[in-house]
Design a protein around this ligand. Structure first.
Ligand SMILES: [Fe+2]
Length: 197
């Protein structure tokens, strides 16, 4: 069993199906964002490695479940230890930074900003697929996600639109919202069958 597979089995066992799928979505978006920044030579030497970006995405909500739920995200390591798994400090940091209001850990690297901004976007993208009769992510256009995000605040109202929009912050990801959504949507479309869309 490869390394990722072990963590995948753990979140599958630990999480409710919708959070499990959300975790796969965040994992793939983190990988796609890394690849984009890497292709543009925008990653500093202090950035975590690609497998740390993606593994953090995969397990970031592992303690948003069962006996740990009320203390999320403080029990990431405890939840993983149920499955004899550990994570690096770099991954632990990325996990903590996805909820700065609970952990006090503020985003600084591109890995940090990526998880912080994308965590809440995946749900809106899923909701955008579910309004089509086909319920397929393949049918979702970038323009329709952007319209629902910008012009329809009641659509997927739980989306933390202000957090997502921080993707354009110059000292963070420095990505226009359009580009950020494009990268994330296209990444999720590539794993659509795995997330049931
Ligand atoms: Fe999440």
């Amino acid at each position: 069993m490869d390394n990722r597979q072990k963590y995948l089995e753990a979140i599958k066992a630990q999480l409710e199906p919708n959070i499990f799928k959300h975790s796969l979505a965040v994992e793939t978006c983190m990988g796609a964002l890394y690849d984009y920044f890497q292709s543009q030579n925008l990653l500093d030497l202090n950035e975590p490695k690609r497998n740390e970006w993606t593994l953090a995405g995969l397990i970031h909500d592992i303690d948003y479940s069962q006996e740990f739920k009320s203390t999320h995200p403080a029990k990431t390591k405890e939840a993983l230890s149920k499955y004899n798994l550990t994570i690096s400090e770099a991954i632990d940091h990325i996990v903590k930074v996805h909820v700065p209001n609970l952990t006090g850990v503020k985003p600084t690297t591109k890995a940090d900003w990526s998880i912080f901004c994308v965590d809440s976007l995946t749900g809106l993208i899923v909701a955008a697929a579910l309004v089509y009769p086909s319920k397929k992510l393949a049918d979702v256009k970038l323009s329709s996600v952007l319209k629902r995000f910008l012009k329809e605040p009641k659509f997927a109202a739980g989306t933390r639109r202000t957090d997502v929009a921080l993707c354009s912050q110059a000292d963070g990801l420095n990505l226009p919202l359009e580009k950020f959504v494009e990268i994330s949507l296209s990444a999720m479309q590539k794993i659509a069958p795995e997330i049931g869309l």
